[in-house]
Design a protein around this ligand. Sequence first.
Ligand SMILES: [Zn+2]
Length: 315
Amino acid sequence: MVNHLWKNSTNVKGELDALVYRSNLLGFDRSVCNYGGGNTSVKTKELDFNGKEVDVIWVKGSGADLADAQQKHFTALRMQDITLLKERETMSDEQMVNYLTNCKMDHSHPRFSIETLLHAFLPFKHVDHTHPDSIISICCADNGEEVATELFGDRYVWVPYIRPGFDLSKMIWEKVAANRNAEFVLMEKHGLVTWGESAKECYDQTIAVIQKAEIFLERETSSHPFGDVVVNSISDDERNEMLQAILPVVRGCVKENKRNLIVTHDESEEVLDFVNRERAPLLSQIGAACLITLSIQRGHHCLSNGILQQKRCRN
Ligand SMILES: [Zn+2]
């Protein structure tokens, strides 16, 4: 279960500091956000180059990891210019990036996230966008929207999968504006968007939604997601003997492909448990969790956290 880690005693000075603290807490737990994925933001007022106070959004820079993000990993952009984009029908990635580059408060700030407009269009001070395992379990299911409605009623907005960029950001803004009860967004095959008037309120909401989804999944999936154990692990000695026989063959295959690869092996308890189970041959070949579709059914298999964490889109 994802833990609520916020400590009121933490010495946080100012909005940007609070954004960094919140981001680090979210990134600390990889079942909340994968490495390099997700992004956070806060809207503040800053002085521009002329000493004039302007509305600004601070958003995580592209490629930074939430877990160890510092102030220098966030980019400030002028809201007045960004708000004008709401009038546009569509925009290519290239047009969007060029436009937003001109909105930067300081050209030394890092390149902004491709999901910047998702944050900027929403009329809330603090916004979190994460890729939580439990939420993606629901958002990747072919009956995900049905499950979400049963779980959250009309407190959420569902958006179908489209690539991150202008169109997705505009769709999220319009759908949220159309639902007065909306408290968060579930993005099909992608993740979660939450918000709050304070950094803590935003964090509270992210964790609360994830925990509710986790409790639901635990309750509704009684059988093991990887199936029954169908083979038993061999002894350490036998395994080492087998590795010595197999690894030179693997090395030969890699060499034939003329690719520079480093091969490692993992015989941790979790891996052995996975490979011994009935569904391992199928699940190990499925690939990115974002691209697969499974049903969540009462008492039946559901995609579990272990697989989801392996491969995830980083936006
Ligand atoms: Zn994302």
